[in-house]
Every structure is written in structure tokens, then in C-alpha cells.
Design a protein around this ligand. Structure first.
Ligand code: CTP
Length: 478
């Protein structure tokens, strides 16, 4: 892999020159560290908008002086308790901290902080690839400072901690998830000792706030091949604590020679499939959770073999519990995931059969605006290893999509509004709200979905009169 260790161009902006001059005038030494350095070397810097600076001395003092020189163009926030300061400038978050030694207690991620050298500061960082620093000082501006062979680890594509991994992970257990997230994002491997330390320390994850955990899960889900991260989470024993709904899907059972597929590995395949077609995070969550109802609904019967009756319904209810437990938003995003899980078996039934207009109309009616997302999920759900079946399902999905466009252009079922309102029915037959009104409305809706009448006022009006008479109602003369 081609690594870029030349920082001349990247540091040639006015901002870096101003930091150099400000730091020098204050008699401080300042370095840029962490993600900016790592991503620059890897050629990923276009992604980076948060920059981390370490100063030997007070980061807050440097930030304040820099802010004065930037006059009105930056917004400064100072976090005295943490000894950090942040300037929002030109779409970037510039974070300043004084170099420090840290020591942690067993119950908390909040360290006791002492001033330290640059090397102390690099030592306390999570991974060697994140501990690389570049000088912003006059005498050696742009020089890479790499005491732990981080560059070598970038070459070897390896995630390794600067200190004994048991200490690094125990100090801040969030780093266990970060290791897996970086391995997923960068397609790196985690050093064996690190993996063992994570497996040993995994229960310490309990002290991490669920919001931070979800943040990392979202980042793992956002990569090109999310299965890598979930397999690692499983390997080190974190997944069963964070998402037991997934680990409960593991395993293939056999009764009387009949087996079912391993729904855990199937799920990961579906997530990788969907990652190829959409970057919608909530659709990716839907793929991850689409089968969770299968664990509690699994049954074996002699007649039909393995069944998972109503797993979509049960799964949708589990989505709510899972979101609540992980403190994820219980808003329309959750409802979207619930709807996807609830409807996740519908289109495949269509794709296995002859695709009729009425089945397509019902699908559009039930899925509403989400019909395209639902089809994306269901196509990703095709993991059959039988090439003939694979081809047939995909062909049929193509047909379903085509039919959806045709039927929708003609019948306007999406966000269905009945062509005859309850009020019209009541006026026509002189009724107050009663069950007959509902029956007539239902008959009209069903007839449209079945294709017995078009989704138009005239046809629906005639049907209303016919139904009303059949129910023994009398029309009011106009
Ligand atoms: N860091 C750490 N332990 C943590 C979080 C952060 O040691 N739990 C250090 C690492 O040196 C990291 C730096 O703080 O590089 C900045 O952290 P952050 O902004 O979270 O990560 P980046 O490395 O910048 O990467 P990204 O923005 O891609 O997440």
C-alpha cells in the first residue's frame, strides 16, 4: 500500500501557519495527532473535519490566543474540567488539549489527569495508528513523530495498542468497540494480543454509555462490508451483551433429518448485500434486525418441519424493546425499522409466485412510501446458494418493480386516499356514523385493490350505491 508521509502540502494552509506562529510566540510546542495524521498517511483525508492538537503546556491558552488572531471567524468553547478547548472554524472542529498522563479508576472512564510530555500523551492513546503526531513547531515543522511504530502498523494494516492492551482497554473500554470499528472501516486486522485482551475485558463494556455504543455500531454498519465488524464483536464476546437478539439466531438444529439455516450468518450476508445497494443507515439496521423474531418463534413440527410463525410481528415488537434498551431514538426511524421487519417476508412471496396486479397493489397499499426500501431489503434477503433459484427470484423482483411502476402510474395506490369519503356515504344514505359506513368504505377499498373497479370517483360512487342498496339502506333524494 502506498503511504503518504509527506505533510508539506497538507500543512501549507494559513491555518496551520497561524497555529505554528501562535504556539511559538507563546513559547509552546504543538503537534497535530490522531485521525488527521492517520488518514492523511492513508490518503483518506478528504473525510476529516475534526482535527486534534496537543500542546506541551496549556491547550486552552493556545486556543484562546489563536481565537484572538482569527478575529471574528472562529467560535471558541472552553472545557476547563477536561483541560480542553475547541474552535469551530471554516467547517472544522479544532480541538486543543495539553499533553497529559492519565490514570483511570476501575469504575469510570474519567481519568485523573497530570501534565505530561508528548510521549506520555501518545502513550495514553488507543492505538499506535492513532498515536502518530506531526510537529507544528518552527524548527521541525511537518516532522512525523512515531514512537510506537504506528507507520509500520499502517503498512501491515494492524490495530495495536501502544501499551499492554489489557491496560489500554481497561482504562477506556469504549476502545474495544473502536478497535473493531477501525478494523471494519480501514479493513485492518486486530493484533492477536489485543483480541485476547478484549475477550478478557469484555464485561467492562458495561460502564460505557449506550449512546457511545450505538455510535460505534452505526459506524460499523456504515462500512462497505459490515459483517466483518459483527463477526469480530461476536468473536470477542461483545455481541451477546450488546445485541443478544442476533447471537440468539446462531446455530443450525436438526430434528428427524430436517435442518433450518443458520439465521445469524444469513443475517450478516443480508447486511453485506444491502450495503452494496444503499447507504441508508436505517435500512441497514432493518437488514440487521429483519429476522430477530425467528429465535423466539422457532418450532419443529413433524408435519411441516421447522417454522417461524409470525416472526415478522414478533420481530417488529422486539425492535421497540431493542431501541429502548440501547437508548436509540423511539421516533419515525424506529417505526421505519419496525415496518421493514414486519413486512420483510411480503415481497419474497410475490417473487416466488406469479406476480399479479392485485398482489402488487396490496403491497403498495401496505408499504406506502416505503415500498422501494422494502424491495431493496427483500432483494438483499436472497442468499440462496441455488443459482437457478437465485436468478429466478431476482428476475421476479425485477418484474415486481416494473409492475409497481405500471400499477402506481395507473391506480395511484401509494398513500391511498379513498375516492369516496365516509361523509359522502353518510350524506347519500342519511346516516350518522355507524358500521354500515365502514362496510361500504372497506368494500370500495377492497374492490380497488383487487382490481374489480378502477381507483376513480365514478366507479367508486356506483359501487357505493350498489352496496348501500344491498345493505337495505335508502338513498336521500338530492
Ligand atoms: N482517543 C483515544 N481513546 C478514545 C478516543 C480517542 O485514545 N477512546 C484518541 C486517539 O488518539 C484518537 C484521538 O483521540 O485518534 C481523536 O479521537 P476521535 O476524534 O474520536 O477519533 P479519530 O482518530 O479522529 O477518528 P474518527 O474521527 O475517524 O473517529
Amino acid at each position: 500500500m502506498q503511504l503518504n508521509t509527506n505533510f508539506n502540502e497538507a500543512l501549507s494552509t494559513d491555518l496551520f501557519h497561524l497555529i505554528r506562529e501562535t504556539s511559538s510566540d507563546l513559547g509552546l510546542k504543538t503537534y497535530i495527532v490522531g485521525g488527521f495524521v492517520r488518514d492523511h498517511i492513508l490518503g483518506r483525508n478528504k473525510l476529516k473535519t475534526d482535527l486534534d492538537f496537543v500542546t506541551i503546556g496549556s491547550g486552552i491558552e493556545l486556543a484562546k490566543a489563536l481565537k484572538r488572531r482569527l478575529s471574528n471567524t472562529g467560535k471558541l468553547s472552553v472545557f476547563k474540567t477536561y483541560g480542553t478547548a475547541m474552535i469551530k472554524y471554516d467547517g472544522m472542529d479544532l480541538e486543543f488539549v495539553g499533553a497529559r498522563k492519565e490514570s483511570y479508576s476501575a469504575q469510570s472512564r474519567k481519568p485523573a489527569v497530570e501534565e505530561g510530555t508528548l510521549e506520555d500523551d501518545q502513550n495514553r492513546r488507543d492505538f499506535t495508528i492513532n498515536a502518530l503526531a506531526v510537529s507544528l513547531n518552527r524548527d521541525d515543522f511537518g516532522k512525523l513523530i512515531d514512537p510506537f511504530n504506528g507507520l509500520e502498523d499502517l503498512k501491515r494494516k494492524c490495530i495495536r495498542t501502544p501499551l499492554d492492551p489489557v491496560i489500554t482497554y481497561s482504562d477506556d473500554p469504549l476502545r474495544m468497540l473502536r478497535a473493531i470499528r477501525f478494523a471494519s472501516q480501514l479493513n485492518f486486522e486486530i493484533d492477536r494480543n489485543s483480541l485476547q485482551a478484549i475477550a478478557k475485558e469484555n464485561k467492562r463494556m458495561a460502564i460505557i454509555s449506550r449512546e457511545r455504543v450505538v455510535d460505534e455500531l452505526n459506524k460499523i454498519l456504515a462500512v462497505d462490508t459490515p459483517s466483518k465488524g459483527f463477526l469480530l464483536l461476536d468473536e470477542v464476546g461483545l455481541l451477546e451483551d450488546i445485541l443478544p437478539e442476533l447471537t440468539n439466531l446462531k446455530g443450525i438444529e436438526e430434528v428427524e433429518g430436517q435442518t433450518h439455516k443458520d439465521n445469524f450468518y444469513h443475517t450478516l450476508e443480508v447486511v453485506d448485500n444491502i450495503a452494496k445497494t444503499t447507504s441508508n443507515l436505517w435500512l441497514r439496521w432493518s437488514a440487521l434486525l429483519h429476522d430477530i423474531g425467528k429465535a423466539p418463534t422457532k418450532k419443529f413440527s413433524k408435519k411441516v418441519g421447522w417454522t417461524f410463525h409470525s416472526h415478522e410481528f414478533v420481530g417488529a415488537k422486539m425492535v421497540y424493546e431493542l431501541f429502548k434498551r440501547l437508548k436509540m431514538p423511539l421516533n419515525e426511524k424506529m417505526k421505519f425499522v419496525q415496518k421493514m421487519v414486519f413486512m420483510s417476508s411480503r415481497p419474497i412471496v410475490l417473487a416466488q409466485d406469479i406476480v399479479t396486479d392485485s398482489a402488487v397493489r396490496r403491497l403498495i397499499f401496505d408499504a406506502g412510501d416505503y415500498v422501494d426500501d422494502l424491495l431493496t431489503l427483500c432483494e438483499a434477503d436472497i442468499t440462496t446458494k441455488n443459482p437457478k433459484r437465485f436468478e429466478r427470484y431476482h428476475k421476479n423482483f425485477h418484474l415486481v418493480r416494473k409492475k409497481i411502476d405500471e400499477v402506481e402510474a395507473r391506480d395511484h395506490i401509494r398513500n391511498f386516499q379513498p375516492p369516496i369519503s365516509g361523509e359522502m356515504i353518510m350524506n347519500k344514505f342519511g346516516l350518522s356514523p355507524c358500521k354500515e359506513v365502514g362496510m361500504i368504505k372497506e368494500k370500495i377499498k377492497e374492490s380497488i385493490l383487487e382490481g374489480d373497479i378502477p381507483n376513480e370517483f365514478e366507479a367508486a360512487y356506483s359501487l357505493m350505491i350498489k352496496e348501500g342498496i344491498a345493505l337495505g339502506l335508502k338513498m336521500i333524494e338530492e
